[in-house]
Design a protein around this ligand. Structure first.
Ligand code: FE2
Ligand code: FE2
Length: 377
């Protein structure tokens, strides 16, 4: 027996009826709202409940439960192969049967994703206030040209680092919530890097530097990979890993405080991107051991595809030498040149170390590192 008093169905009385039906599966409903004799049978019909007017009120029997075929969309941890019928439902939600299927077939996981996302969210920085844009710059004009050339090259590479993962993100099943969040904030990181490198390039110059065909050819091959783990190996572990050394190099040799800071802050973010790439591949190797062979093959394939190109373009190489030299004095150029040669070795050391951490033998790591694109990314 449920008495609605004078509360009408157009005033929220349906909440009381739903609650009673959920508890008892049916019963007699009474009430004095004038519209009740019309509203209540119509409301019941629309929901498949039986409703019969009797002397003592409306006898209602609950119809079939629309949630009887619902299923729980995973739990605390994601399920390995979530079905398309879960659509956009939050992980852990009870999903009603019959929701539209969505084509989000990609499964990407790493246990570290949640922690790296939290770290990234806490480490976001504001380009307007984090960079000393007004810091004095007293280096020669041609060193400034070198900085502009290096920035131009960085922007191009950052653009690839933004677009390649985002294409995967658009296919990622929402079951992998933490990875989705991490890739989104990583895209925001790259957007910020593009902003600060552009702003630094244009700080004292109206025009940007050169974009070379070989540099673009190297980045274009990153768009050919359709396996997330392979893309993560090429872009994150090898490419962004090498970029970490490059950004540290710019930080350590920059002729002005502003350039130093854009490189330092970008490197902080890149370290997280590399960490996620490593974590994902390490996870994937445990569930798909043959992946190791595919990763090696992909590095060799990319090397073969780029064998006819020039590698790191002269313009970038020379700009790095001049940036590190800081002047045209022969002794300074010798120092700058030696620093760039040392940078190449440092990048190679880093790649071999990371490949080793993924379980590649020292010989394989050395060989695969040597096949990595000479364009750095
Ligand atoms: Fe970046
Ligand atoms: Fe990155």
């Amino acid at each position: 027996m449920l008495d609605l008093g004078d509360l009408g169905l157009d005033e929220g009385a349906h909440l009381m009826i739903k609650r009673a039906l959920a508890r008892n599966g049916g019963g007699v409903v009474t009430g004095s709202a004038p519209s009740l004799p019309i509203d209540l049978p119509a409301w019941c019909r629309a929901r498949g409940h039986a409703c019969e007017q009797r002397g003592d009120g409306f006898a209602i029997t609950a119809g079939p439960d629309r949630w009887r075929h619902a299923e729980r969309a995973g739990g605390d941890a994601p399920v390995a192969r979530p079905p398309a019928r879960w659509g956009l439902a939050a992980r852990g939600a009870l999903v009603e049967a019959g929701a539209p299927e969505l084509d989000l077939p990609l499964a990407v996981w790493a246990d570290e994703a949640g922690r790296l996302y939290a770290q990234a969210a806490a480490a976001q920085w504001d380009p307007a206030t984090a960079i000393p844009w007004d810091a004095p710059a007293e280096h020669p004009d041609e060193v400034e040209d070198a900085v502009v050339q290096v920035m131009t090259y960085l922007i191009e590479n950052e653009t690839a680092a933004l677009l390649v993962p985002v294409r995967f993100l658009g296919k990622l099943h929402p079951q992998f919530r933490e990875v989705m969040q991490l890739l989104a904030i990583q895209a925001a990181d790259e957007a910020r890097h593009i902003e600060v490198f552009t702003r630094r390039a244009r700080l004292h110059r109206r025009e940007l530097g050169l974009s070379t065909a070989s540099g673009q050819a190297s980045l274009a091959t990153l768009f050919d990979e359709h396996d997330f783990a392979v893309a993560a190996m090429l872009l994150a572990v090898l490419g962004e890993g090498s970029f970490l050394s490059l950004l540290w190099f710019i930080r350590d040799h920059a002729p002005d405080r502003c350039t130093r800071e854009v490189a330092r802050l970008a490197a902080q973010d890149e370290a997280r991107h590399v960490a996620f790439g490593l974590a994902h591949i390490a996870h994937q190797l445990t569930v798909d051991p043959p992946l190791r062979g595919r990763l090696g093959a992909a590095i060799e394939r990319r090397h073969a595809a780029l064998a006819h190109t020039a590698g790191l373009n002269e313009e970038v190489f020379d700009a790095l030498v001049l940036l590190a030299a800081g002047s045209w004095e022969p002794a300074a150029l010798r120092r700058g040149h030696a620093a760039v040669v040392a940078l190449g070795r440092e990048m190679d050391d880093g790649r071999r170390l990371r490949l080793g951490r993924l379980g590649f033998s020292a010989d394989d790591a050395a060989r695969l590192s040597s096949l990595h694109t000479r364009n750095f990314m």
